[in-house]
Design a binder for this molecule. Structure first.
Ligand SMILES: Nc1ncnc2c1ncn2[C@@H]1O[C@H](COP(=O)(O)OP(=O)(O)O)[C@@H](O)[C@H]1O
Ligand SMILES: [Mg+2]
Length: 331
């Protein structure tokens, strides 16, 4: 028997704009997300992560292919899907002038929920927000706001929650707190969580399974350790004070690949433990400026698959600050 599946896509494509000038944001995506898991969609900016969430939540139409969420067809049974999913967007959705409780009330109205109060109280207690429920959200810390956003998404008892870059712009401490919350919510509320991230360490620490997406394509999928096991190599980076003779370096045993940039040499080797002594024996110590070793990580998985590093650039350091500026600009 196979485990139940919360999200399933076949050949799912999404194109923005025309065939000739448009962007193929999702390119024949096949995904299967087990029920009750925390599933990470990891990829650089522009990879198509938000688009996938928009298509799965029914906010954007798909161009072709199929998708099922919580057991229903996204295209043909969109209302059934909508009533079973929650969405924590990357953008701030809270109303700053409202209290935490009023935000929950507003959410209940928007969703047409009845008898929501007792569930709201339980959720607030779960997030330790009940003492602050009547305070304006503008007085909340970033972590509290994020918790309230998740509380709003949980209010109508969804079975699947989408979280788009849930920790973007948060400091390291708050980010870790949020990881605990996501794990706890999955456990306590039995929901499946699909989250997107461009933080490699976040995908690694938080997710049961990860799909790596680049240019709209899923290029790898598996548990973090399955993905890392695909890379059977360490990277050794050597920086020297002057350029060395390439021939002497290539002759060293165990090298799978050698690339250089000026006086920086990157060796891809099967085992850095066996390689390092050989390297040190063949390069005069006074010429060595720096040596570093990189063990297989999700970063090297990405590098392996795409030939480039994923990078850690952030489009917006503090989303909240951005929206505050927008509000101020509006007057
Ligand atoms: N509304 C839109 N119209 C046209 N192109 C879009 C739109 N939204 C996203 N794109 C493009 O689709 C691609 C994927 O974007 P997105 O899903 O936002 O990526 P991510 O969330 O991984 O950063 C990018 O090339 C982006 O420029
Ligand atoms: Mg995005």
């Amino acid at each position: 028997m196979t485990a139940p599946v919360a999200i399933e896509t076949h050949n799912l494509s999404k194109r923005y704009g025309s065939l000739t000038k448009g962007v193929l944001a999702l390119d024949r995506v096949d995904l299967s997300v087990p029920s009750g898991s925390v599933f990470g969609l990891m990829g650089p900016n522009g990879a198509g992560k938000t688009t996938l969430i928009k298509v799965l939540t029914g906010v954007s139409d798909m161009t072709s292919g199929e998708a099922r969420v919580a057991g229903f067809d996204v295209r043909r049974q969109s209302m059934e899907v909508r009533s079973r999913i929650g969405w924590v967007a990357a953008e701030v959705i809270l109303d700053d002038d409202f209290s935490g409780w009023e935000n929950l009330w507003l959410q209940a109205k928007l969703q047409g929920l009845r008898d929501w109060e007792s569930r709201a109280r339980t959720i607030l207690a779960y997030f330790s927000l009940e003492d602050r429920r009547d305070e304006k959200v503008s007085h909340y810390s970033t972590g509290m706001r994020k918790k309230l956003e998740i509380a709003l998404a949980l209010l109508h008892q969804p079975s699947v929650i989408f979280m788009d870059e849930p920790t973007i712009g948060l400091d390291v401490g708050t980010r870790r707190m949020l990881w605990d919350i996501v794990r706890g919510v999955r456990q306590e509320y039995g929901v499946t969580v699909l989250l997107t991230t461009h933080y490699i360490e976040e995908a690694d620490a938080l997710c049961d399974r990860i799909a790596i997406i680049e240019l709209g394509r899923i290029i790898a999928e598996g548990t973090p350790s399955e993905l890392k096991a695909k890379v059977r190599a360490d990277l050794v980076v050597l920086e020297t004070t002057e350029e060395l003779d390439r021939g002497a370096l290539t002759a060293l045993p165990g090298i799978q690949e050698l690339t250089s940039q000026g006086a920086e040499w990157t060796f891809r080797v099967a085992s850095s433990e066996q390689f390092l002594p050989q390297l040190l024996a063949s390069v005069p110590p006074q010429r060595i400026r720096r040596i570093s070793v990189e063990k297989p990580s999700l970063e090297t998985v990405f590098l392996d698959l795409t030939g480039r590093r994923m990078g850690q650039e952030e489009p917006m350091r503090d989303v909240r600050k951005f929206y505050a500026q927008v509000r101020r600009a509006r007057g």
